[in-house]
Design a protein around this ligand. Structure first.
Ligand code: UGA
Length: 446
């Protein structure tokens, strides 16, 4: 099939590359000429494992091209996929300015029937509004499809080529059939719904996953007080097929460009129809508070006196295997430490340059290596679970730190890693490992 994908952010670029991998002819369009030049020169503007190799193979086979010329791309394609950003406005609502603009440009370039599918995450009702907008700018026939995206950064290729399901929101059977044909090689689980339900499936899925995370984080906080271990609790819960094991990893909360944005947007969507989404409000509140657990632990250890201390930070990305730092818990944690007179040393294997450019936090010592970061530190905070941190020799680490204090915000270390070291160790929801390996929990009196 001949496909144009508009927007070469995470979703657009990965989708375009994967549609080309399936043998389709794909043109990826973006307004950013520098980005398009880079893509045409074989570069990839984001860090995503496996993406460069697939893009190069399809480009060399002549199935994938990149351009800023939107009208020409539209004329040469039968299916147009919109994957432009819908970043949050200060109110939490999705900013639809870019997608509206793209819709008008598509309409003005149309030279015959097209299927116009929206992959961008948009509030319920947006596809219908976009259809009206497009209709008012063209005489050509078209069908609208809602095609929500479920890929995760860091495993985007695997998620796209082997998705759990494909959701097609359509009000025209023949357009739905064409989209089913396009996605058939990927999965047997293709669900065709009405357009509004497809839009809602995307928000509901992200909101539910965010809820699982905030739920397990609250369980972790209670575990810390009652002497239970959240990793064992999550394992025990996860075997129940009605619950499932995924997204039950306690930590310092979710970040990224999706969960924070989509949970806020869904609260707003509900508000517009006079419904207060109380549960989701709490999920967001719990998540916001969870990142401060790192600071609270540091304050407990240093009796509230952080000023003058040297704190090392491992991990700046919102999760491993990505260079994305949007809404990463590391931002607020590092800002707070610096503002409170702490000397911060920080390191991330991939996301360092993004973090420095976007947040521009002064008075941080940016380091090139994990161990060098911890050298002379009074405490080390692990904020992102990159593999390279989990394989560090804790004996060696202890030897170079000023004080052996380790706050593990992602529960990556196990009891056996800590044996033989003198680390004062705090993790999330595993009190038996906190403050050294063998801590006596108080008797519970209810
Ligand atoms: C998320 C969804 O998982 C995708 O299905 C969706 O397509 C995407 O948003 C989107 O809307 O575009 P992503 O934000 O890339 O994907 O990353 P996740 O793997 O979902 O992780 C999100 C955050 O949750 C990370 O900060 C991660 O550290 C945290 N998390 C995840 C936990 O704290 N615990 C867990 O058990 C799982």
């Amino acid at each position: 099939m001949n496909i144009t994908v508009i927007g070469t952010g995470y979703v657009g670029l990965v989708s375009g590359v994967c549609y080309a991998e399936l043998g389709n002819h794909v043109i990826c369009v973006d307004k950013d000429a520098d980005k398009i030049d880079m893509l045409n020169a074989g570069g990839i503007p984001i860090y995503e494992p496996g993406l460069k190799e697939l893009a190069t193979a399809s480009r060399e086979a002549g199935r994938l091209s990149f351009t800023t010329d939107l009208p020409e791309a539209i004329r040469r394609s039968d299916i147009i996929i919109l994957a432009v950003g819908t970043p949050p406005l200060p109110s939490g609502e999705a900013n639809l300015a870019y997608i509206n603009q793209a819709a008008i440009e598509i309409a003005e370039a149309m030279n015959g029937y097209k299927i116009i599918a929206v992959k961008s995450t948009v509030p319920v009702g947006t596809n219908e509004r976009l259809a009206i907008l497009i209709k008012s700018h063209t005489k050509e026939r078209f069908d609208s499809i809602s095609l929500p995206e479920f890929l995760r950064e860091g495993s985007a290729i695997e998620d796209t080529l082997h998705p759990d399901r494909i959701i097609i929101g359509a009000n025209c059977q023949s357009a739905a059939d064409t989209m089913m044909l396009l996605h058939e090689p990927l999965t047997k689980h293709i669900v065709v719904t009405d357009i509004r339900s497809a839009e809602m499936i995307k928000y509901a899925s992200n909101a539910f996953l965010a809820t699982k995370i905030s739920f397990i984080n609250e369980i972790a906080n209670i575990c810390e007080k009652v002497g239970a271990d959240v990793t064992q609790v999550a394992e025990g819960m996860g075997y129940d097929r009605r619950i499932g094991p995924s997204f039950l990893k306690a930590g310092i909360g979710y970040g990224g460009s999706c969960f924070p944005k989509d949970t806020s947007a869904l609260i707003q969507i509900a508000g517009h129809v006079d419904y207060e989404f109380k549960l989701l409000r709490s999920v967001v509140e719990v998540n916001q508070d969870q990142r401060w657990s790192v600071i609270r632990k540091l304050e407990t250890i240093f009796s509230g006196e952080l000023r003058g201390k040297t704190i090392a930070v491992w991990g700046l990305a919102f999760k491993p295997n990505t260079d994305d730092v949007r809404d990463s818990p590391a931002v607020e944690i590092i800002r707070h430490l610096v503002e409170n007179g702490v000397k911060v040393k920080a390191y991330d294997p991939i996301a360092m340059s993004n973090f420095r450019t976007i947040y521009n936090i002064e008075n941080v010592e940016w380091c090139d290596q994990a161990l060098e970061t911890a050298k002379g530190a009074d405490a080390l905070c692990l904020l992102t679970e990159w593999d390279e941190f989990t394989t560090v020799d804790l004996g060696q680490l202890q030897a170079i730190m000023k004080q052996p204090i380790l706050i593990d915000g992602r529960n990556v270390f196990k009891e056996e890693n800590l044996l033989g070291t003198d680390f004062i160790y705090y993790s999330v929801g595993r009190p038996s490992l906190n403050q050294g390996v063998k801590q006596q929990m108080p008797v519970l009196l209810f």
